[in-house]
Write a protein that binds this ligand. Structure first.
Ligand code: SAH
Length: 364
C-alpha cells in the first residue's frame, strides 16, 4: 500500500509548491490535470470503500440499457459489420460488461477498445475484459470501421480552464501559495479579455467563466470519427444544459466534498459538463446531435421500470434493493436530472432511442 500524503516529499502538493516557488502560480487547468492524473494512476476510487459511486456500480440495469441502446441504433443503421465498442474511462469495466452482455443478446458482438490512462484501473479492466485493446487517447483507435462509443463520468474529470473578472479586466484563474504555504486561487498577471465568450464579457467583478478545452477536444475527435467512419456515441455526465457563470470545480474524497486546494492528487476533482457547448462542437465537427436528455427520463424511456420488475421477480429477496437502485438512477432528487445523456451519431445514422433534439433554450 502506498501512503497517500500529498505533502510528503514525493507528494503532489510538495511538487506544486516547489514549482510555484520557482516559476509563479500555475493555471487551474494545470492543477486539475496533474491532480487527477496522480489521483487515478494509483487507485480504484470507485465503490462504497472508495471515494465515489458511479451509475454502473449502482446497478447492472444502467449498463444493460446502454448496451440495448447501442444494439438498437446499430440494427436500425443496417447492422454494419466490423463495428467496435469503444469506452472512454471505463473504470472497473462494469458498464462494458453489462452493456456487452445485453448487446450480444441482441446480436451485436463488437471488438472492444478502451481509452484509459490509469495503470491501476487498466489492471481491473483487463481482468474483466481479457480480449480488449487499450489506448492512452483516441488517436490510436481503429480508423476504418464504425465506432459505438460510450463515456460515463469521463468528461467531468478532464481539466477546466477558468477566467476571473478582476478590477483590471479578465485574467486566468491560477493557483498560488498563501503565507502559510496553502494553495489559494489567484488572478493571473496577463490580460485575458480576448478569451472570454462575448456573452459573458460584461459580467461583474469576481465572475468566473469556466470552459473545458479538453472535453471539447474529445467530443470534436469523437464527432469527426463518427462523420468519417460511421457509428454513434453516448456521453453521460453531470452538468448543465446551458452555459452559466461560476466555478463548478469540486473535490470529493470518501463520499464527501473536500477543499479543492487541500490535497491535490488525493481527491477526485470534477467539474460540471457544459452539454450545450459540446453539442455545438459535435455538430461543427460533422456529427449529428441526437439530443441531450436527463438521465432519469432517458432510462425511463428505455424501459428501466420493466427491467427492474423482471429482475425483482427473478430475485424476490433483492426486490427492494433493485427498486432503490432504479430510483437512485432516475429520481430528480438523485441522479435523474443533474446527470444528462448526450447522443451523437454519424450523419447517415438513425435517431437515438429515448433522445429528442429539443434544446432547453427553445422550450420555454
Ligand atoms: N466510467 C467509469 C469510471 C468513471 S471515473 C464508471 O462510470 O464507473 C473516470 C474514468 O476516466 C477512470 O477510469 C479514469 O481512470 C479515467 N480517466 C480520467 N482522466 C482520463 C484521461 N485524461 N484519459 C483517459 N482516461 C481518463
Amino acid at each position: 500500500m502506498q501512503s497517500h500524503d500529498s505533502s510528503a516529499p514525493g507528494g503532489l502538493a510538495a511538487i506544486f509548491a516547489r514549482l510555484i516557488a520557482a516559476t509563479g502560480p500555475i493555471s487551474i487547468a494545470h492543477y486539475m490535470a496533474e491532480a487527477n492524473a496522480r489521483y487515478y494512476a494509483s487507485r480504484d476510487p470507485l465503490g462504497a470503500a472508495g471515494d465515489f459511486v458511479t451509475a454502473p456500480e449502482i446497478s447492472q440495469m444502467f449498463g444493460e440499457l446502454i448496451g440495448l441502446w447501442l444494439a438498437d441504433i446499430w440494427q436500425r443503421a443496417g447492422s454494419p459489420e466490423g463495428v467496435c465498442y469503444v469506452e472512454l474511462g471505463p473504470g472497473r469495466g462494469t458498464l462494458a460488461r453489462d452493456a456487452l452482455r445485453a448487446a450480444s443478446q441482441a446480436g451485436l458482438v463488437p471488438e472492444v477498445h478502451f481509452v484509459e490512462t490509469s495503470p491501476a484501473l487498466r489492471a481491473l479492466q483487463q481482468a474483466a475484459h481479457p480480449h480488449a485493446v487499450w489506448h492512452h487517447d483516441l488517436s490510436g483507435l481503429p480508423g476504418d470501421r464504425p465506432l459505438l462509443i460510450v463515456a460515463n463520468e469521463f468528461l467531468d474529470a478532464l481539466p477546466v480552464r477558468q477566467l476571473v473578472r478582476t478590477v483590471g479586466g479578465w485574467r486566468e484563474r491560477m493557483v498560488g501559495v498563501d503565507s502559510e504555504g496553502g494553495f489559494i486561487p489567484v488572478a493571473g498577471a496577463r490580460p485575458m479579455d480576448a478569451a472570454v465568450p462575448a456573452g459573458s464579457a460584461g459580467a461583474g467583478e469576481g465572475a468566473i467563466v469556466e470552459t473545458s478545452p479538453a472535453a471539447a477536444t474529445v467530443v470534436q475527435e469523437v464527432a469527426g470519427r463518427l462523420a468519417m467512419q460511421g457509428g454513434a456515441a453516448l456521453f453521460i455526465d453531470y452538468g448543465y444544459a446551458e452555459p452559466q457563470l461560476g466555478s463548478t470545480l469540486q473535490a470529493v474524497r470518501a463520499h464527501r466534498k473536500v477543499d479543492v486546494f487541500a490535497e491535490p492528487g488525493e481527491a477526485d476533482l470534477t467539474a460540471h459538463v457544459d452539454f450545450a457547448t459540446l453539442a455545438e462542437v459535435a455538430e461543427q465537427a460533422g456529427a449529428r446531435w441526437l439530443g441531450t436528455s436527463g438521465q432519469g427520463a432517458w432510462l425511463a424511456a428505455l424501459g428501466i421500470g420493466a427491467r427492474a420488475g423482471s429482475l425483482a421477480r427473478a430475485a424476490p429477496h433483492a426486490a427492494e434493493a433493485i427498486e432503490a437502485a432504479a430510483l437512485r438512477l432516475t429520481a430528480p432528487s438523485e441522479m435523474g436530472t443533474l446527470f444528462k445523456v448526450m447522443g451523437l451519431a454519424a450523419p447517415g445514422w438513425p435517431y437515438g432511442a429515448g433522445l429528442s433534439r429539443v434544446r432547453a433554450d427553445t422550450t420555454g
